[in-house]
Structure formats: structure tokens, C-alpha cells
Design a protein. Structure first.
Length: 136
């Protein structure tokens, strides 16, 4: 059973904010074991960082990594590893606009007829948004 995982590196987020991308940068992938994938990211110093943490994982539902990344690229901007040498060829890195996540959560709550429509966006909400769009 494969899972979609969303990982975050504090060092990569700081670098991305410094170069003008956004500080909301996440790595998305599909694997058999999310915790082992995070350990592999840290061991291989993916994107030049060794502080990767798992934000969220969920069942992939039969979606392969290439399908998930293509679906997600239709909604959010993938960071090109060729354009940014600091990424060292690491694919599956996405920059996320918090406004897109906020709109998604707001519409979802409104359609569910929830009373409280106030939205506070954090890493967990962004990860849920990325996973949901990768599985669509």
C-alpha cells in the first residue's frame, strides 16, 4: 500500500524565502513507507538539507508518484530544480500560496455548512491541501 507524504525542511524554507520564492515550500512524494522516505531524504541530504520532517501522510489510493506530481502541478507551482541549483536535482518540491489553501478550506467548510468559517492556515492545512489535490 503506497502513501503520499508531504515533507518540510526548515532550512529549505528559509533559503526559499531569501531568494524570493516563498517560505511555503514542501516536498511531495509517493512511497511505501513515509517515515523511511523522510529518513532517506535526511540521509541523502536532499536539496542540500538534512532537517526534513514529515508533515502529513495519507493513503495514495493507487496513484503513482508521477501521476500525483502531475496532478499537483496543475494546481500549484513546482519549483524547477534546474533553475535553482540549491535543490540539487530534487523533484517534487512545490511552492504553495497560502491564499489558495485558505480559499480551498473556506469553500470546503462553506459547502459542509459549518458555522465557523474562520481559517488559520498552518503546515497541517497546507499538507492536507497538497495531498487532496495530488489524489484528485
Amino acid at each position: 500500500m503506497s502513501v503520499i507524504y508531504v515533507a518540510r525542511s526548515k532550512g529549505l524554507c528559509e533559503w526559499a524565502g531569501d531568494v524570493g520564492l516563498t517560505k511555503h515550500v514542501f516536498k511531495v512524494g509517493v512511497t511505501e513507507n513515509a517515515k523511511a522516505a523522510i529518513k532517506a531524504l535526511n540521509d541523502s541530504r536532499a536539496a542540500g538539507q538534512d532537517d526534513w520532517t514529515l508533515v502529513r501522510d495519507a493513503d495514495a489510493g493507487g496513484v503513482t508518484e508521477t501521476e500525483a506530481l502531475a496532478r499537483l502541478a496543475a494546481k500549484e507551482k513546482a519549483v524547477d530544480p534546474v533553475l535553482y541549483p540549491r535543490l540539487k536535482g530534487e523533484g517534487g518540491v512545490f511552492k504553495v500560496k497560502p491564499a489558495n489553501v485558505e480559499n480551498h478550506v473556506l469553500v470546503k467548510r462553506a459547502l459542509a455548512n459549518e458555522e465557523n468559517l474562520a481559517v488559520k492556515i498552518g503546515n497541517a492545512e497546507i499538507a492536507a491541501y497538497l495531498i487532496e489535490n495530488a489524489r484528485r
